[in-house]
Design a protein around this ligand. Structure first.
Ligand code: SAM
Length: 282
């Protein structure tokens, strides 16, 4: 039994339901309910909040989110083996857990949740973590349907998300994340906390949507960063040629030196370039 919710320990749940971790599903389970409680509190307070959890697995984080007072948890899980274990949690918290079997990449939260606020809290499967994050960061309209994302990533990815200009980690993902949100690393989680332990340290990242990001067309911003970071060692006057328009007037309009490199340009510079590209297209 566990003090927080009188459900059985997660090791027992895994044994009873035959939930041996599958690498192909990015399964690294958190079995320490003190740690899942810490993650849920870091995403809180949860009173009145509808939480979307991607990949609940045996339900360690799900249980913590419910014990910490989430109004409702909508849990999207691709592994059918986990559904019976999740149903036991649903029975312990009647009407507060909705289990959605299937692929999170096909799940449209906007269609599934009419309540607000909505928050995404997840120990993500690493193989689709970046794709999911990009889909949430490119939500339209903006501000998005969620009030916060609290997500576990491999530390190297977390560092790319929160990176400031001037270093190796700064890239397309940093620009997109920082354009639309305020992102920060909350804390690191050592591999030994997972079963099986992954090769690398993980980090919990919080992203809070900016109510009014610098105005520009998102797709043009993405085109500019794709071109600039596609050849990140080159000067922008060279790398931006892939935009198929003369980079020099764009750089002049954006007030950026033609000899500058992508990793030194702050978000405001990329936004200025996207606006210049829009103006150039007429
Ligand atoms: N939340 C659990 C925990 O913290 O112990 C499990 C986290 S584990 C890193 C990732 C979970 O995502 C697994 O349960 C896995 O089956 C699930 N998963 C993998 N790919 C998925 C997908 N495409 N859609 C939904 N869930 C997926």
């Amino acid at each position: 039994m566990n003090a927080a919710d009188d459900l059985p320990p997660l090791r027992d749940v895994i044994r009873r339901h035959g939930l041996a971790a599958k690498k192909s599903l990015g399964q690294n389970f958190l079995l320490d309910l003190n740690l899942t409680g810490r993650i849920a509190r870091a995403a809180g307070p949860l009173d009145g909040v509808t939480v979307i959890e991607i990949g609940p697995g045996p339900g360690g984080l799900t249980r913590a989110l419910l014990a910490e007072g989430a109004k409702r948890v909508i849990a999207v899980e691709r592994d059918n083996r986990a559904l019976a274990a999740l149903t036991e949690i649903e029975e312990r918290y009647p009407n507060r857990l909705t289990i959605v079997p299937g692929d999170a990449l096909d799940f449209d939260p906007e269609l599934s949740v009419d309540d607000r606020p909505v928050r995404v809290v997840a120990n993500l499967p690493y193989n689709i973590a970046t794709a999911l994050l990009v889909s949430w960061l490119t939500a339209e309209p903006w501000p998005p349907w969620y009030d916060r994302l609290v997500l576990m990533f491999q530390r190297e990815v977390a560092e790319r998300i929160v990176a400031a200009p001037g270093g190796k980690s700064y890239g397309r993902l940093s620009v997109l994340a920082s354009w639309r949100t305020q992102a920060r690393i909350l804390f690191d989680v050592h591999p030994s906390n997972f079963v099986p332990p992954p090769k690398v340290t993980s980090s919990l990242v919080e992203l809070v949507p900016r109510p009014a990001p610098l105005a520009c067309e998102r797709r043009l911003l993405e085109r500019v960063t794709e071109a600039a970071f596609g050849q990140r060692r080159k000067m922008l006057r060279q790398s931006l040629r892939t935009l198929r328009t003369d980079p020099l007037p764009l750089l002049a309009a954006a007030g950026i030196e033609p000899t500058a490199r992508a990793e030194d340009i702050p978000v405001a510079g990329f936004v200025a370039l996207a606006r210049a590209l829009e103006a150039a297209a007429g």
